[in-house]
Design a protein around this ligand. Structure first.
Ligand code: PTJ
Length: 245
């Protein structure tokens, strides 16, 4: 189906279609549709646009990724179909590896399909096979590549359940999350949370990274010192409440 360009809900309908196609291709888990629906509801309440809080968090996220020695962008089924080109572009800008990591079965098959999906767009990513486990996770999310997520100092996660952020933090990894729900466990536990739709947040972090690329490391660290995730999340929550009044 072609979504008419002038339809008032064009972006949302297009994303739904990408998910539907992704599910038929075996990349997106059926539960991913539910997760997406939850995100859409939050996006609606946030006015479907990037907030000032999200912009601040995106700047901090860009600074953190540029400071990282071994940054990795972790992608699951939803992220792969919703933002494949944007993720590749961000990875190039901040010199990050990309790794497929999924929760739902058939995990190995789905990771292979995600790797293939990125390959079609010209990017080689990790995750086809795994050779290490993140401690404290009993789900498939524990299975990672030693040279990727396992040894990363900074990991960007998006559209996720909360367990892994907690486990990664115990593993002494700095976690940046993209999550439309400022109250979610992932959002609350991450070091930096960008409360925005991944379709807007990923290009925004890239844009910020391009602006910050020439900065010295002390200048990037200063940006991080000036950012409080808890305050930023509280502001995002207030924004939601204002929209509900
Ligand atoms: O591909 P897999 O097997 O790894 O599946 C992963 C899913 C997405 C099914 C799984 O991680 C899951 O169930 O996630 P949750 O617990 O529903 O959490 C998803 C979070 O992402 C929720 O807080 C949503 O509000 C948020 N979210 C949904 N869509 C978007 C989003 N955040 C940013 N952009 C979106 N488009």
């Amino acid at each position: 189906m072609i979504v008419p360009a002038n339809h008032p809900r064009h972006n949302s309908l297009q994303q739904r279609q990408l998910l539907e196609e992704g599910m038929r291709a075996g990349i997106v888990t059926p539960t991913g549709m539910i997760a997406f629906g939850r995100g859409e509801a939050f996006d609606y309440l946030l006015g479907e646009k990037t907030s000032a809080q999200a912009k601040k968090a995106a700047r901090a996220a860009a600074a953190q990724l540029l400071l990282a020695k071994k940054p990795v962008i972790s992608v699951n089924g939803n992220a792969a179909v919703l933002a494949v080109r944007e993720i590749i572009a961000l990875a190039k800008t901040v010199k990050a590896k990309i790794g497929a990591n999924v929760f739902y079965a058939p995990a190995k098959k789905r990771r292979e399909l995600i790797v293939k999906h990125f390959k079609k767009q010209g990017a080689s990513i990790l995750g086809k096979t795994t050779d290490a486990r993140i401690a404290g996770l009993s789900s498939e999310r524990a299975n990672v590549c030693r040279q990727g997520i396992f040894s990363a100092d900074v990991v960007l996660v998006m559209l996720e359940d909360g367990d892994r952020t907690e486990a990664l933090k115990k593993h002494e990894t700095v976690v940046i999350a993209i999550d439309l729900n400022p109250l979610s466990r992932t959002a609350q536990k991450a070091n930096i949370t960008v409360v925005d739709n991944i379709s807007r947040a990923v290009p925004l972090i890239k844009k910020e990274a391009e602006k910050l690329r020439a900065k010295k490391s002390w200048q990037l660290k200063k940006i991080l010192r000036g950012f409080s995730n808890s305050k930023n999340l509280l502001e995002s929550e207030k924004l939601l409440r204002r929209h509900l009044k």
